[in-house]
Structure formats: structure tokens, C-alpha cells
Ligand binder design. Structure first.
Ligand code: B3K
Ligand code: ZN
Length: 900
């Protein structure tokens, strides 16, 4: 495959002002007729951009076609896996001597600067297992075009800087496909002979092809409405398969809350009169923000307390918000090219995270996001696929929908927000949306708007977009009683990443406070100015010293509050310091962070002790912190649950130089059991005080927080293997009024040694939820993630279960993905069987669904973290993948770069 470089970007030679599509859908193929109004891109404004959403035709008042000289560039349209049926220019059929077709393109040689191009292609949605382009999911037709799927529908300038006004007609059998949808507004519909019907949709906003969508199916409609702040009434529609009708309320509420929030926080109103969400079962990712017609993985729409956990409820809320927010950050202002992907994704993840923080607990949301980032994005940044937030090259763009683009990209926007403060940030985004509405722009344009609105210079800051890797920020404190000063000495560095040996210093916003011996924040004074009791220092140099004045006793610093930069902070805190901060830091996030880092320190120490063959003795200070948390009824139970959760094996592996998976697992489990045994009494007490699982379910944050803590405690109590715990767990499994509690009990049973209870529960569960694919996904994933011995055999058995289907991405994720990503001891079995299994599945999926196949490789790309024996085994499997026949560019890129 070819490598594409950012530096090769050129403006398109031609533009497409209007795109008129007609789809004739049949059971064994589809015909796609496109009529494009094409224009040479000679820098002339076309005057038809309708920023206000009004329609006006380009055909009327179009300047007469100007002949172009021999120097006119050819028109090279993208196209893949298409059967070309016909081509016509200005209604004149042209024959194959006048164009060239190859595997990736159709090349034409226009004679005039403006012309109408008509193309018909035949495609096979029924055989499309890659789930990209137009495909069938169950009984319905649907599309996924981002990033380059539109070219699998028809020949087109399939690049985001070509924005066009789309009109789409869908024709299909009325009985099988009563619902026909596309972007924008329905403008006409009617009947055809033979039981077929049609509908025409028109989207007044110019958009790139990746935002095109079409749906045809037998769906039921859940309808509501929303009135914008300016008083426009928007028709809100969620389309799902009829059996899911009762599971849409939460998505609808989330949508309305998102609409309100974007008006209030960003001043952004919805622009069309209708907003539609369609849920499909076969989908490569979470959801897609197609203009006016979002298509969702059903796992990100459906939520009912009987079938979905609290976590699933929160995921639905955040994905609905994310896709909705894209209407401005992504659709109205889009990306110039795919190197700018984080322009829309990083910004939109930041927006959805802030929304969730406002709707729920801000501290808990931040803890969850930071936990996820450090365990996963940091690993990506330290591995062979490490790339900057704005990459410089790629082979297959689908591989760049990464944690770095999304999550680190969001951290970069968060830092800009932190440096500017909320008001100035808002001024900047207002300017960004105003200046670039209707345009396809770059990350530089985004930063320039923030700069220009506030008269600041972010030149150095922009290194966050161009340099990969996780910076390390080493800080030391020095108190000088004689001068009443306290110095923070900062040193930053960033490890080399592929193609980037040396890094220049970043701008690192360091939010901090100084605490006295009672844990109170001290007033901060620097260079004679009063900074309040919390401030954000901008660390800009490789080495830099900040001097606080008027400090009369040695303080303890509270650093990187709220994780104000995506860096690894190193400070020589003692364990006692961490205990103190865990108990006294007025900042909730940093209290969690202190407990977390204490636990990391304790676990890392024990891993060494275990490797030396010495007995494990638990540092009682960790126990004391946990005991305090258990009895602290002032503390949000959801935060308490987060503190009581030990750092994950994945995070401990990421932190290790060479990770000893078995030792990490053994030590972590031993500590969990010891904590459970030593704290059984307060745990029971707290568990019982948090109410009963049989009581009616409620979605409010307080009830979710109680369930979270209760179930964390249940997990611990089950480790004591007492009969009281077992009967509480079984009772909860049977009596639970909701899926959160039922599932937590199932997890505990599956990971217990009571074979009989475990099998009874699994069987009962599978029977009861056999008709609920999303619940069965959970059933699969709980078993595939269980670290008990024999994990691989269990997974192989699960793949034979009738509900498993390797063509369904959710099933792949819940069985194969769960095993390779969550079941680390079993996956990393030293005989290499786990690696072999994964590579076999990658090879199998490579032919069916390259995007899913290439995602699955991730755990193997981390080979550098492991011992030489495992390294060889993992590399061997990557090599075997590389040697497979018909390798997709997706899989080739990841496997080859991982071995480079
Ligand atoms: N923009 C889509 C992602 C498309 C992925 C294509 N491989 C979903 C989102 O980020 O909202
Ligand atoms: Zn997105």
C-alpha cells in the first residue's frame, strides 16, 4: 500500500457543487445513479454556499460553460469495488475510450470548466462484510462512509474538502423497506409499480461525502420534539427495530439535553428541522455523525434498566452527545484532509466530556477518562504505532481513528481551555465557528481562531499537535525557611517515538496548590502578585523554576490537579505524603490520584518482592486509606468506588519497563484478597448501608453512585469466600431490579471458585436474555474476561455458541477483544497459545472486515513491554499475519509498523 503524506496536500482540481443521487435497492444488488455538477477549481467563488441553510440552485444563473484548454487537469474520481455501468457528460454518453478505470479510480478528461457528469454504478450491499459503504445489517440497508467509504458507493471526489449539496432518492420494495431515509429534509415521496416506493431527501448544507447517509428498512419510530432557544421546533426521531421500541427513552432524553447544553455552553443551535438517529446491530464503531441522520451501533442507543448497566446508560448519553455535537464541530466546520481528524474528534470528545461532567459527577468523569487515557493512550504513545495528534503520514486512514487522535486530542483542547479560561475559550470558539462556517479547515485554523480572539500566541503550544509521545514532567519542591520561599523545580522530557528522535519542550499547564500541615490551601504569591490559592503554571522550558514567596512553613504540593496535562508526573512523594494527600487534598480528583499512586507504588514494590521469591506483606497505610474511605460518608460513593478500585493490570503493565504479567496479576489479586479479608467488617457495614438491590431502580447520579460502591464492595466481599458473601451475591443475582446489580453479581460468581453456582447463573442468564443481543454481548464478555485458568478454551467454546457470529463486530469485541484486552494472564500465557489464537482471528477477519481485523492486532503491537520469550512469540505471530494472503492495507500497516 501507498503512504500518504500531509506535506503532499493539494487543493482539489475540481469541485462538485451539487450531487444528485438515486439508489435503486434490490435483494441481490443496488444501482446508484449520480448526477454531479462539476466545476474546475480555479479559485472562483461559486456564490452558492448557503451558510444560512437556504436553498438556491446553481443551475439557474450558472455562468455558461467555458471551454478549458488542453492544459486542463484530468478529473480523477475515487472508486473502489464498483461495477461501472455508464458515464455521461452533459447528457452525452461517453464510451470507454474516453475514460480510464482502475481498481481505485475513474479518470475523465473534461473539455469545459463546468459540466454535468452522470454515472451509474452497480454494487453488492448484501455481500459487503467490511461494513463500509452501503451494506446490509440484518434486514436493513445502511451506510458508513467516514472516512473513505463513499467511494464504495459511486465514483466521486471522496475527500473532505470537496463539499457539495446532496439530493438523494431512495427506491426499494415497500413491504421489506417501508422506511427510506437520507440526510436533510424529506421533499417528495411516492409509489412505483410492483410494490416499490421512493423518497427524496434534500440536504441544504454543503457537506463532504463522508457525511452522506442512507437507511432503508422496516423500522419503528420514536418521536419527540425540541424547541431551540430561538424558538424553532425540531422534529426528533429515533428509528429502531420494533422489538427495541421500549429502549429509546434514555437516548432521546440525552439528545435533548445535548441540544440544550450546546446552546448554553457554546451558543450553537441545531440547524435543520429534523434530527434522526437510526440504530443498527452491525457497526464497526460506536456511531456516526452523518448530517441530520446519525447512524448508531445499537449498543450506543438502546438502554433500559432491565437490560443495560449504568455504564451502558452513561455510554449512550455520551455517544449521543458526541455525535450531536459534531453537527457544529465536524459538519458545519469540517476537516480539510484526514490529517486534521483531531480537529473534529479531539474537540468533540472534549465537548462531550464536559457535557457528561455537567450532567453527572465532574470528578468521577475525570477519573474515568484519566484512567482510560493512562492505561490505553499512553501505551499507544509508547508503542510502534505512536503518532502525533496531527499525523504526518498514513497508509490506511481507518487505522488513525486512534486514542491519540480522540483522547489525547481532547486533552490538547482541554489544555487550551485551561490556559485561556472558559470565557476566553468561548470567545475563541465563537470566532472559529463564525470564521469557518461551511469550510473544511485545519488544526492550525482552530488554534488561530483561539489566538486571534484573545491576542495570544500558541506557536509553542502547537508542538502538542506535531510531536508524539507522552512527556515526562519531573518536579521537585524546595522550601527555604530563611527566605520564606518555596521553589518548584520542573524538568520536562519526551521519549523518542517512530520518526521523532528529539523533542522540543511542550507548553505544560500545571494546575497546582500548596497545602499546609492541616491540608489547607495556602495563598500563592509569585513575583509580588497574589495568585489565589490555586493556579495554573505554564511550564514551557526544558528546565524551569517557579518561586513562591511568603511561604513560612514547608508545604506539600498538590500537583497536576484534574490532570491538567497528559504527562507522566514524577514527584518524590513519600508514601506518607501520598496518604496525607489521599485524605486531605481539598481537590477531589487529586485525592483519588494520591490514593491511586500510593496503590501503584505498593503494588510495584510487591511485584519486585514477589519476583525475588519473598513473602508479600501489605503496607498497612494502603489499608488505612481504604478504611478511611469506607467510613467517610461525606465522600461521593462513586468517588469512593473509584478509590477502592486498585490500578488495573493494564496500567501497571504500561508503567513497567518490562512487565511481568503473571507477577502483576498475582500481586494484584493477593492484595485484593488481603484488603477484603482485613476490611471485611467495614465493607459489610458499608455494603448494607447502601440500600438493597431489590429496591426500584432510578437513573439519578446518586443512585448510580450507590450501586457503583455497593457492587465494588460485593466484588471484594466475594473474595473472602465466606458463605455470607456467596448468599448475598446469589440473592442479588436473583432479586436484582436492574441489570447493573444483576451483572455485578454475575461477574463475581463467574470469577468465584464455586463451579455449581457459576454454571447455574450463566445458564439462567443465557436463557433469560437469549433474545437480547446486547445482553448476550455482556454474557460473552464477562466469561472471556475471567482471569481464571483455562481462559483460551473458554473463549473457543464461546465462539461455538449459537449467539456468536464473527461477522458482527459487537460479538468480536465481546469475545475476542475482551479476551485479548482484558484477560491479560490468559492472553499472555507463556506457551503463546493466546497470541496464536488472536493472530488466527486477525487472519480470518482480514478478509471479512479489515477495520475490525486491524483493531484486534493492538495487543500484539505492545510486544516491547514483555520478556524476551513472549516478545519472540508475539513478533512471530505478527510475522505470520504479515505473510497471510490478500492482506488488507489496514492489517498490513499495523502489522508491518509493529515489527519495524
Ligand atoms: N466520526 C465517526 C468515526 C468514523 C470512523 C471511521 N472508521 C464517529 C465519531 O467519532 O463520532
Ligand atoms: Zn467523533
Amino acid at each position: 500500500p501507498q503512504t500518504i503524506y500531509l506535506t503532499d496536500y493539494r487543493q482539489p482540481d475540481y469541485l462538485i457543487d451539487e450531487t444528485h443521487l438515486t439508489f435503486e435497492l434490490f435483494e441481490d444488488h443496488a444501482l446508484v445513479h449520480s448526477r454531479l455538477l462539476v466545476r474546475l477549481n480555479d479559485g472562483r467563488a461559486d456564490g452558492t454556499l448557503c451558510r444560512d441553510g437556504t436553498r438556491h440552485s446553481t443551475t439557474e444563473g450558472r455562468v455558461p460553460s467555458r471551454p478549458v484548454g488542453v492544459g486542463a487537469p484530468p478529473l480523477v474520481l475515487h472508486g473502489q469495488e464498483l461495477e461501472l455501468v455508464s458515464v455521461a457528460i452533459n447528457d452525452q454518453a461517453i464510451d470507454s475510450s474516453d475514460y480510464q478505470v482502475d481498481e481505485h479510480s475513474l479518470t475523465l478528461h473534461p473539455q469545459t470548466a463546468d459540466f454535468e457528469l452522470a454515472i451509474t454504478t452497480r454494487i453488492q450491499p448484501q455481500n459487503n462484510t467490511a461494513l463500509e459503504g452501503l451494506y446490509k445489517s440484518g434486514g436493513m440497508f445502511c451506510t458508513q462512509c467516514e472516512a473513505e467509504g463513499f467511494r464504495k458507493i459511486t465514483y466521486y471526489l471522496d475527500r473532505p474538502d470537496v463539499m457539495s449539496r446532496f439530493t438523494t432518492t431512495v427506491m426499494a420494495d415497500r413491504g421489506a423497506y417501508p422506511i427510506l431515509l437520507s440526510n436533510g429534509n424529506l421533499i417528495a415521496s411516492g409509489e412505483h409499480e410492483g410494490g416499490r416506493h421512493w423518497a427524496t431527501w434534500e440536504d441544504p448544507f454543503p457537506k463532504p461525502s463522508y457525511l452522506f447517509a442512507l437507511v432503508a428498512g422496516d423500522l419503528c419510530l420514536i418521536q419527540d420534539s425540541y424547541t431551540t432557544l430561538s424558538g424553532r421546533k425540531i422534529d426528533l426521531r429515533i428509528y429502531v427495530e420494533p422489538e427495541n421500541r421500549e429502549q429509546c427513552g434514555h437516548a432521546m432524553d440525552s439528545l435533548k439535553r445535548s441540544m440544550r447544553w450546546d446552546e448554553e455552553v457554546y451558543g450553537r443551535e441545531y440547524d435543520l428541522d429534523i434530527f434522526m438517529i437510526v440504530a443498527v446491530n452491525d457497526f464497526n464503531m460506536g456511531a456516526m455523525e452523518n448530517k441530520g441522520l446519525n447512524i448508531f451501533n445499537s449498543s450506543c442507543v438502546l438502554a433500559h434498566p432491565d437490560t443495560a448497566t449504568d455504564m451502558a446508560f452513561q455510554r449512550v448519553e455520551s455517544v449521543v452527545a458526541h455525535e450531536y455535537f459534531h453537527n457544529w464541530s465536524g459538519n458545519r466546520v469540517t476537516c480539510r484532509d484526514w490529517f486534521q481528524l483531531s480537529l473534529k474528534e479531539g474537540f468533540t470528545v472534549f465537548r462531550d466530556a464536559e457535557f457528561s461532567a455537567d450532567m453527572n459527577s465532574r470528578t468521577v468523569k475525570r477519573i474515568e477518562d484519566v484512567t482510560f487515557l493512562r492505561a490505553n493512550q499512553f501505551a499507544e504513545d509508547a508503542g510502534p504505532m505512536a503518532h502525533p495528534v496531527r499525523p504526518e503520514s498514513y497508509m490506511e486512514i481507518s487505522n488513525f481513528y486512534t486514542l491519540t487522535i480522540y483522547e489525547k486530542g481532547a486533552e490538547v483542547v482541554r489544555m487550551l481551555h485551561t490556559l485561556l479560561g472558559p470565557e476566553r475559550f468561548r470567545k475563541g470558539t465563537d470566532l472559529y465557528f463564525e470564521r469557518h462556517d461551511g469550510q473544511a479547515v485545519t488544526c492550525d485554523d482552530f488554534v488561530a481562531a483561539l489566538e486571534d480572539a484573545n491576542g495570544v500566541d500558541f506557536t509553542q503550544f502547537k508542538r502538542w499537535y506535531s510531536q508524539a509521545g507522552t512527556p515526562v514532567l519531573e518536579v521537585e519542591g524546595r522550601f527555604d525557611a530563611s527566605s520564606s520561599t518555596y521553589e518548584l523545580r520542573c524538568r520536562q522530557s519526551c521519549p523518542p517515538t517512530p520518526g521523532q528522535a528529539e523533542k522540543l519542550p511542550f507548553v505544560i499547564p500545571l494546575r497546582m496548590a500548596l497545602l499546609n500541615e492541616r491540608g489547607e490551601e495556602l495563598p500563592l504569591r509569585m513575583g509580588g502578585s497574589e495568585l489565589g490559592t490555586e493556579t495554573v503554571l505554564a511550564v514551557t522550558e526544558a528546565e524551569q523554576v517557579f518561586v513562591f514567596e511568603g511561604v513560612t512553613q514547608e508545604p506539600l504540593p498538590s500537583l497536576l490537579r484534574g490532570f491538567s496535562a497528559p504527562v507522566k508526573l514524577v514527584y518524590p512523594f513519600s508514601r506518607d505524603d501520598r496518604v496525607f494527600l489521599a485524605m486531605h487534598d481539598p481537590d477531589g480528583f487529586n485525592r483519588w490520584e494520591a490514593a491511586q499512586s500510593l496503590a501503584v507504588d505498593v503494588l510495584q514494590g510487591l511485584v519486585e518482592i514477589h519476583q525475588a521469591g519473598r513473602p508479600l506483606l501489605l503496607d498497612q497505610r494502603l489499608l488505612e486509606v481504604y478504611r478511611r474511605v469506607l467510613s467517610d460518608t461525606e465522600l461521593d460513593p462513586a468517588v469512593a468506588a473509584e478509590i477502592l478500585r486498585l490500578p488495573s493490570e493494564a496500567y501497571l503493565i504500561e508503567l513497567a519497563e518490562v512487565a511481568d504479567v503473571d507477577a502483576i496479576h498475582h500481586v494484584r489479586e493477593t492484595v485484593r484478597r488481603e484488603l477484603a479479608t482485613a476490611l471485611a467488617e467495614p465493607m459489610w457495614e458499608r455494603f448494607e448501608s447502601l440500600g438493597s438491590t431489590a429496591e426500584p431502580w432510578s437513573a439519578d447520579a446518586a443512585s448510580m453512585a450507590r450501586r457503583s460502591l455497593r457492587n465494588t464492595l460485593l466484588g471484594y466481599l466475594m473474595l473472602t469466600e465466606s458463605s455470607a458473601a456467596m448468599s448475598a451475591c446469589v440473592r442479588q443475582f436473583v432479586e436484582a431490579s436492574n441489570m447493573t446489580d444483576r451483572q455485578a453479581a454475575l461477574v463475581a460468581l463467574v470469577n468465584s471458585s464455586d463451579e455449581q453456582q457459576k454454571h447455574a447463573a450463566l445458564q439462567e442468564f443465557a436463557q433469560r436474555w437469549a433474545d437480547y443481543p446486547l445482553v448476550m454481548d455482556q454474557w460473552f464478555s464477562i466469561q472471556a474476561s475471567s482471569p481464571l485458568p483455562g481462559g483460551l478454551q473458554r473463549v473457543q467454546e464461546l465462539m461455538k455458541h449459537p449467539a456468536f457470529n464473527i461477522r458482527n463486530p459487537n460479538k468480536v469485541r465481546s469475545v475476542i477483544g475482551a479476551f485479548a484486552n482484558n484477560n491479560l494472564v490468559n492472553f499472555h500465557a507463556v506457551d503463546g497459545a493466546g497470541y496464536r489464537f488472536l493472530a488466527d482471528r486477525v487472519i480470518e477477519l482480514n478478509r471479512l472486515n479489515p477495520q475490525i481485523a486491524s483493531r484486534l492486532i493492538t495487543p500484539l503491537t505492545r510486544w516491547r513491554k514483555f520478556d524476551p520469550v513472549r516478545q519472540e512469540l508475539m513478533k512471530g505471530e505478527l510475522q505470520r499475519i504479515l505473510e497471510a494472503d490478500d492482506l488488507s492495507p489496514d492489517v498490513y500497516e499495523v502489522a508491518s509498523k509493529s515489527l519495524a
